[in-house]
Design a binder for this molecule. Sequence first.
Ligand code: SF4
Length: 236
Amino acid sequence: MEKGRSRNVDLRGLLQIPKRYFVDLHDVVAREPFVARAHVGVAGGALLALALVALNYGLGLYWHSLDAVLLLAGLMMLAGATAMAWRRRNAPARLSKGPWSRLPYSLLLFALAIAMVGAVALTGTALAPWLAGLIALAFAAGAAELALGVGLGGPMKHAVAGLLHLGLHPRPERFGDKRFATALKPLRLTADDMGVGKPADFTWNKLLSFDACVQCGKCEAACPAFAAGQPLNPKN
Ligand code: SF4
């Protein structure tokens, strides 16, 4: 991103992220209801659990009832991650494999650890050291996927890049009154500037858009050149 060309962006777009995420983006994801529900389970469960831990233990409230909600948040995330793992077993060819196939299982481990912590806190059960160690390992595996994945370019990088992309979108009119505006913008070519010849010729927020790609392959599935066997794959 830092290699891209400069571009002034309207930072007020960052305030629009919640609406663009929960309304505009959800409208697109909801075209596949199973995937949308799995996404709500995983992302909703994870965010709820992190907020509860910060509230109940970070602020030192220690409300017993919030431990029950923490358990529910873990189960919600567990259900979503299980649905994602199940879908990966019969994944459409357009979905990328590799780390993207690993992701549901990392999230499953993380959700399992959260649910176990919630259950232990709620019931006051004394854990055997080996079980406490297993829960810590599951938590660490999931946390590594979330944190290192963002920093080292793993699949979860899309979560941060995707949110910023929604706020700093190259075509903000996409989210306004002219929703689904797709008209091409005029090219302003000069003798010194013939457009894009290499990645660094893109503006920085367009490079950010590339990082936001979730490799769902919907562009690949809809691309007539790819369908005709031409050496063009918009996803790749
Ligand atoms: S660029 Fe293609 S693969 Fe990436 S998110 Fe968009 S449709 Fe999916």
